[in-house]
Design a protein around this ligand. Structure first.
Ligand code: ISL
Ligand code: CA
Length: 558
């Protein structure tokens, strides 16, 4: 089978985390009108699709990933009229809108759950997952993603409900066909409004296994082998596709913790008729130790390259990949994979060049286009994320070292990616006239959109150029991919090619100069630099290069 061409394969996606994007009314919280004000900025980057993190009605235990009404907009973000205006504004600029679909769980404040918990014979009882306790405790030993047990006792009926995330995010019961029909109905509601697809939150875990204890101590193993890829997952996704997606020209990307190389293609193979793309986490969990993100370990760079190669191989004739290095759940990409000090500008551009020259649909997270960095607040009180706060409470209870915990948060906490967008050097970085819900990164006087807007050598300008290069060269979208000297510990180099054109990409992921030899897959006597972050790489001869620290170059072979 050869790869079929579609609009969503050729698209570049930009992710908006509304709470932190732009505040239009001075309450310190980003909102829909704020996004509308900045649509021209997004358009100017050259992206085609906006993925909007959840904007539905929510008590915000997990910033919108706990939905209390799927048919309404969160008060802080505005009204349905604002939403319609946003959708029109996106379409008027020739872009598309991807909604976040969070249907593994709802909020405990959703009307369904209020009914469900009220009595065992309530018609909505089976919209959620209820079990009796065991030996005076929860039904099994399952841990939640956000610390503690995944079960919460509810006194009304003397049973426990399952919540893989916080206790305010009860898991929906996909075994119940009525619940599934409710989900399809709400999807149709948004698609009929004209939205262009969905990013599906933790879709890999909606089908639950038998409720036996997990034998694993490493949480990522529990995700992969106990929570994800449950027995009916493909049946559910095929049904959803048949009932909903197949009736619209839309794109879907499933968030897939626990999906691995053996299971990935089953979700996105064309004949499977389930999803278009996946976010897999191979490269995103690499620096998580057995205790998860607050138990960090160094990134193995050779392994990093290997993960990209193996996924690319998986999808070379069927399915399609998504290329991302960060989002609202991880640290800032320049701080994590680049160097946010001396080589900040160079390494941010290098990561952009990588994102735009891989096979698969690239995703850019808001703020990465100006090289926003991690933040290190001195006090735990300056943090907001429920994952951080729950883990902190657990460390405290267990008498563990809280200074060390804060250090881990500085490196790995989700709030690194959630500080407000730095628009300019004025008070509060131009994000709000009020008090921002999460502190602004103190580096905003230097790192901001206004500074980079018209600067020829800025990261923002580089994103614009790089995206336009990708869009003008379908070979960068669909062409073959082969890594060069994968064992090299600092340099990531690869070929991209098809019958019409051949490219060489050289990326030095280190603070030092690196001599590098390419292989002889192609004759490289005539190389033209298409774009780089510091001009052409000096070459000794046409096969050996000398890369400057964080140098990145895209060559075309003539
Ligand atoms: O960040 C993680 C673990 O520390 C991830 O496992 C993450 O929690 C997981 O990928 C699920 O993320 C999604 O669902 C969560 C929500 O908090 C995240 O923001 C969302 O992206 C629950 O809805
Ligand atoms: Ca606001």
């Amino acid at each position: 089978m050869s790869l079929k061409k579609t609009w969503w394969k050729e698209a570049v996606v930009y992710q908006v985390y509304p709470r932190s994007f732009n505040d239009s009314n001075g309450d310190g919280i980003g909102d829909l009108q704020g996004i509308i004000e900045k649509l021209d900025h997004i358009k100017s980057i050259g992206v085609d699709v906006i993925w909007l993190c959840p904007v539905y009605k929510s008590p915000n235990d997990d910033n919108g990933y706990d939905i209390s009404d799927y048919y309404d907009i969160m008060d802080e973000f505005g009204s349905m009229a604002d939403f319609d205006e946003l959708l029109d504004g996106i379409h008027a600029r020739g872009m598309k809108l991807l909604m976040d679909l969070v249907v593994n769980h709802s909020s405990d404040e959703h009307a369904w759950f209020k009914e469900s918990r009220s009595s065992k014979d309530n018609p909505k009882r089976d919209y959620y997952i209820w079990k009796e306790g065991k030996n005076g405790g929860p039904p099994n030993n399952w841990p939640s993603f956000f610390s503690g047990s995944a079960w919460q006792y509810a006194g009304e009926t003397d049973e426990y409900y399952l919540h893989l995330f916080t206790k305010k995010q009860p898991d929906l019961n996909w075994e119940n066909p009525k619940l599934r029909e409710e989900v399809y109905q709400l999807m149709r509601y948004w698609l009929d409004k004209g939205v262009n697809g969905f990013r599906m939150d933790v879709i890999s875990v909606i089908s639950k296994r038998n409720y036996e204890d997990t034998p694993y101590t490493n949480f990522n193993d529990t995700i992969a082998h106990v929570y994800a890829n449950g027995p009916r997952i493909h049946e559910f996704l095929k049904e959803m596709n048949r009932e909903v997606m197949s009736r619209y020209d839309v794109m879907t990307v499933g968030e897939g913790p626990g999906i691995d190389l053996d299971t990935g293609l089953q979700y996105v193979a064309e004949e499977a008729r389930e999803l278009n793309m996946l976010f897999h986490f191979g490269h995103m969990f690499m620096d998580h130790g057995p205790g998860g993100r607050f138990d960090p370990k160094p990134i193995d760079f050779v392994e990093f390259k290997k993960i990209f190669r193996l996924w690319d191989e998986k999808f070379q004739s069927d399915g399609w990949g998504s290329i991302f290095l960060g989002n609202h759940d991880f640290q800032r990409i320049v701080s994590r994979f680049g160097n946010d000090g001396e080589f900040w500008q160079e390494s941010a551009k290098l990561l952009c060049l990588m994102l735009m020259t891989m096979r698969g649909t690239p995703y850019v997270y808001q703020g990465d286009e100006i090289g926003m960095t991690n933040v290190a607040f001195d006090s735990i009180d300056d943090y907001d994320d429920v994952e951080i706060m729950n883990a902190y409470a657990e460390w405290k209870e267990q008498g563990k070292n809280l200074d060390l915990f804060l250090k881990h948060v500085h490196v790995n906490g989700r709030d690194n990616a959630r500080t407000p967008i730095q628009w300019d050097a004025t008070k509060n970085a131009g994000f709000t006239t009020g008090k921002p819900w999460l502190k602004i990164n103190p580096n905003y006087p230097e790192i901001n959109v206004a500074n980079q807007q018209n600067a020829g050598d800025s990261i923002l300008t580089f994103y614009r150029e790089m995206i336009s290069k990708r869009k003008a060269n379908p070979s960068l979208v669909y062409g073959n991919y082969a890594v060069i000297n994968e064992e090299h510990k600092q340099v990531y180099a690869y070929w991209r090619w098809d019958d019409s054109i051949k490219y060489l990409i050289l990326l030095n992921f280190s603070d030092d100069q690196q001599p590098f030899e390419i292989d002889d897959r192609f004759d490289t006597n005539n190389l033209t630099l298409v774009i780089g972050n510091m001009g052409a790489v000096q070459t000794g001869n046409k096969k050996s290069f000398n890369l400057q620290p964080w140098q990145a170059a895209l060559y075309q072979i003539q």
